[in-house]
Design a protein around this ligand. Structure first.
Ligand SMILES: [Ca+2]
Ligand SMILES: [Ca+2]
Ligand SMILES: [Ca+2]
Ligand SMILES: [Ca+2]
Length: 453
């Protein structure tokens, strides 16, 4: 009897002990998970500081290095026991099948929905070799114009107050500038899938689920090409400071009063007789110029001469030049929307700029590719600078258990880089592709990365 009783008691005690042990293991794992999550948070924060520090020390303000000359770390950068990546965009034609592209992104390589003329927006929704199939289904250019313009008179294929009042629930048309890109979601005919398109995780890269049709979310057309949505192509941030590298105001070639100063500048950069020729050819003091490209063409300067003075000159008196597109970094899809460039010249521009560097410092090279007439048309929309930078930070804690993804837009047009937009994108899912996930797992299994349990 006594033996049976003791056996029962010890059986009961060991069950209890096992139960508590299990509980403690669970507790321990939960704690390890939250440590990993905190670690990822802190790594993301470190990455933010790293990027800001890099931008603060740019050699020349507004001049982001080309992807192949990147002077910063952007791929699997170790911090403590974890790593961070900066998700970027591949140069056209250089997409890697195994990995997404890495690096900082350029907001000036996108279309500014507050300033783009209708013609530019129209092309975004027109379809064509460079354009996204997702967007060509419902053209929203008219609705974008009506949303931001102050009047309440709809443009062709537009939507103003009456349309929005018919919605359930009804709301007002904005009749003012967009304050975020996500505001596009409110447009009358907008379909939610047009915001991200096939790029469900917003990494600018074709993940498996984004190319398998309806087999998995999201819906896609299975054509082996990423048909991205509006978030990929649009910005509200691009805004160039209309000053020289040292922060002083530029000289306005369209301002008849500044002729003497411009002559002085040209004489200093070149010589007196050349300065006289250029002043005469361009008609400074009497002519108005639609853009710096227009001035360059009329002046008869060569590209080298122009590069000596381009940063000192402008064609308007405003402090800022919003919505210019960086012709050195923009994708073919965006370039194809610019008047004067179109589908016809977008690829030529991209292949021309690939192996060049020095020549790309001013917009003069665009004239070589487009010819004078088309370059004049494109001129008012182009720049070679970037003052708003996108940093899409992915941080992974030690042993790859937790990750955090935060997207920032940083404005470097002032004295200090400023965060103008921040969005936690962790809930969009794993953005680094299967290959990096496999590498991280291998590292854990081989003991290279320390486990908590
Ligand atoms: Ca309106
Ligand atoms: Ca993707
Ligand atoms: Ca799919
Ligand atoms: Ca596709």
């Amino acid at each position: 009897m006594a033996l049976a009783l003791i056996l029962w008691i010890s059986f009961g005690l060991s069950t209890l002990a096992l139960y508590f042990a299990h509980d403690m293991v669970m507790e321990y794992r939960a704690a390890a998970n939250s440590v990993a999550a905190m670690e990822a948070d802190q790594i993301a924060e470190g990455a933010r500081r790293y990027v800001i520090n890099f931008l603060r020390n740019l050699e020349e303000p507004g001049r982001l290095p080309k992807r192949e000359d990147l002077e910063y770390e952007y791929e699997q950068v170790p911090v403590g026991n974890g790593y961070f990546w900066l998700l970027g965009r591949a140069d056209p034609g250089k997409t890697d099948n195994a990995y997404p592209a890495f690096g900082l992104m350029d907001e000036a390589a996108k279309i500014n929905i507050n300033t783009a003329p209708r013609e530019m927006l129209e092309r975004l929704f027109m379809g064509g070799v460079h354009q996204s199939a997702v967007l060509s289904e419902i053209p929203l250019d008219g609705e974008i114009i009506d949303w931001r313009d102050e009047d309440t008179e709809p443009v062709e294929e537009g939507a103003e107050l009456d349309s929005y009042l018919r919605l359930q629930p009804a709301y007002l048309s904005k009749d003012g500038p967009f304050e975020t890109v996500s505001e596009l979601r409110l447009l009358y005919s907008m379909e939610p899938e047009m915001m991200r398109g096939e790029d469900d995780n917003l990494n600018g890269w074709l993940d498996d689920a984004e190319d398998d049709g309806a087999e998995s979310e999201p819906e896609d057309n299975r054509d082996g090409r990423l048909d991205a949505g509006l978030l990929e192509f649009c910005t509200i941030y691009s805004n160039e400071s209309n000053t020289r590298a040292d922060g002083t105001p530029r000289l306005n070639v369209s301002d008849n009063e500044q002729g003497d100063q411009i002559r002085e500048l040209l004489t200093e950069a070149l010589d007196e007789s050349r300065a006289g020729e250029i002043m005469g050819a361009a008609g400074i003091g009497s002519n108005q110029f639609t853009s710096l490209i227009d001035f360059y063409i009329r002046s008869g300067m060569d590209a080298t001469e122009f590069s000596l003075v381009a940063d000192d000159l402008t064609t308007t008196d405003t402090d800022y030049l919003p919505g210019l597109i960086n012709v050195n970094l923009a994708s073919e899809a965006v370039l194809a929307c610019v008047p004067g460039i179109g589908e016809e010249f977008a690829s030529t521009l991209v292949s021309y700029r690939q192996d060049r560097n020095e020549e790309l410092k001013t917009v003069a090279w665009v004239v070589d590719v487009l010819g004078e007439e088309a370059a004049r048309q494109a001129g008012p929309y182009l720049t070679t600078r970037t003052y708003q930078v996108g940093a899409d930070i992915v941080a992974v804690g030690s042993n790859g258990r937790a990750f955090k993804r935060i997207f920032y837009v940083l404005d470097i047009s002032g004295d200090e880089p400023l965060v103008v937009f921040r969005q936690d994108r962790t809930d969009r899912g794993w953005p680094l592709g299967p290959e990096i996930r496999r590498e991280l797992t291998e590292m854990v299994e081989s003991g290279e990365s320390e486990r908590y349990w």
